[in-house]
Design a protein around this ligand. Sequence first.
Ligand code: 13P
Ligand code: SF4
Length: 373
Amino acid sequence: MTSAPVLIDEVPVQGEDTLIDAEAAAVERIRRAREILGDQVVILGHHYQRDAVVQFADYAGDSYQLSRDGARVNAKYIIFAGVHFMAESAVILGRPDQVVILPNMNAGCSMADMANLEQVLTAWDELGMVLGYDPVEHIMPITYMNSAANLKGFVGERGGTVCTSSNARGALEWAFNQREKVFFFPDQHLGRNTGKAMGIPLEEMVLWNPFKPFGGLTDEQIRNAKIILWQGHCSVHQQFRPEHIDMWRRMHPDINIIVHPECAMEVVDKADFTGSTAHILNVINAAPAGSKWAVGTEIHLVNRVKQANPDKMVTLLSPFSCLCSTMYRISPLDLANVLENLVEGRVINQIFVPEDVQRGARLALDRMLSIPK
Ligand code: 13P
Ligand code: SF4
């Protein structure tokens, strides 16, 4: 069997011809608007964006690279072709006079929505009640980049940091140099996979269910825990299963398996390599011709790596097309729309973060950028 993940962007759905024509026309509209706007605009594009959008990115990358690059750009307008939490981080790291625009306001992240400030504040108080001390003295809060700005603010005000999939280990090591325990949200898998790689026993990484009192944990479990993991996950990466790895290895014993750390532990444990979207790209791009790769991450990135490496076999790990439907909400039409409005002197879809939230969140993001990877 040859490998051939579905090329999502190339599959016309019945009745969508008009939309496809409009999208093709949007590419021209984007080019024209960009020419007029010149260096007033910078476009940042996440690796999961479709080709028709990411081709316009001045900077394409994983969420760590984009927050670092976004913080350095000079342009007045930053258009973020990513999801809501990424655009918020660009606001926080940017200058006050810069304007950050999300081309489609419905581009969110289901994982980020799995933790809110009220739930996290409740958990923090409950941890303090069980442990009998002020948590800030002994527990380091770490939020994954995939979280709302006010959670980054919560963490920053309590001495904690943000992490991404590319620096989670550095962030945990930094945290354990200062405090005994880590409270990690919202992605249980990134937290568990990173903790396990550092040698932390599974029984010392407990799962906090935000819908149960005291996370559904006993006092003893909380007292013995090194890492308290929030019960959140990515709905795209949870679709990869260890059986998929077995299937590919049966068909191609020499295949390499590479997965994103948002995949479940049983998948990461079986894989040959794990890393951020940028890491996945770099590893496959640098691999020898003829090598074979099954990749556990979002389909647009997998298709792009496949197209860039025609001398290698690159396939999606899952038999189903694992699509981040919220990233997919940003279309070339949306990009054309926000750019043409700028040409007309109108800002639409601007992302705002209240100043009081920004203060703490900036502390947490600056800490993240200063922690060695
Ligand atoms: P990266 O940090 O690898 O870009 O991942 C972001 C993300 O949302 C993956 O699902
Ligand atoms: Fe969120 Fe998952 Fe989409 Fe990443 S792939 S943006 S974690 S829903």
